[in-house]
Design a protein around this ligand. Sequence first.
Ligand code: CA
Length: 335
Amino acid sequence: MSTARTTIDFEQSGKQIGFVDIPHSPHEDAWGATRIPLAVIRNGSGPTVILQAGNHGDEYEGPITLGELIRELDPTRVRGRIIFLPAINTPAVMAGRRTSPVDGLNLNRTFPGDPEGTITQQISAYVSDVIMPMGNAYVDLHSGGSSLNILPSAIIEPAADPDLRSRNIAAALAFDAPLTVVIDNLGEPRTSTATAIRAGLVTIGTEMAGAGTVSLDALAICRRGVRNVLAHFGVLESDTPSPLARPEAILRIPGHDGYVLATTDGVFEPFHALGTTVKAGQDAGRIHNLADPAREPEVVRYAADGIVYGRRQPGRVVMGNCCVTVAAPYYGELR
Ligand code: CA
């Protein structure tokens, strides 16, 4: 049973900004709590949209966008309810790290969570057990984080149910990012978006640049996209109807073939800029052993046709690190 509590009343009209307190008892603080920021804006009747960011603590466009919306949004412009979780893995966000400094876990590999587990598992359980059952739609705002730089995109999580799939695709296109990409994380079931799909929520994600910094371009895309998608769900009045991104342009990461992994330790020299069109078998870059100039660098190759969609940010790699990600044309259902 969860010991998390909040003073937010999810049924109350107007704007409430508060916290979820999860009791935590480390050496420094026997009877305190980990405080997770939570805001709710409710007005009239309409759907409930859950907006989440800070799933990984080193991805900043989402938390900035949601903080602004929480402060600026006039509740009378809302039709229904918006639940904001702008820094969901708060210990990781405060540390600027992908994983939690409390228990070392990646929140996005702990869903649906455990109310009697570690702090990170308790956070995912609160989202799965308390927040998701209130929602009609779920938006999880990611960026590339410290180790990746990714072309800004709206993300479609695959859904087996055709009706849910078409509604997910429509919502991702309504976000109107420069790219719309299907990512299944190799079938990983422990992500927040995979869990939201199983709960029947219309679900989208984002990838907004990354490299552990704030991208001006990606932030502008994120600000606009979140408002677009709120208008699409009908919870926010829209000043300007957004043109939909084109369904014909949807891409996907083609499973294992989409990831070029380091075959040795060293420094990765990429051969192509983000967005470059590449072919399977083509050289993607090479890994240098800087301490041994007599040794030839080791070439790594693409395994799929597509565009260079994401690239490793730090130069240093060890065997198995993701150097480059390719996004290929998507040939599945378009709506
Ligand atoms: Ca992420």
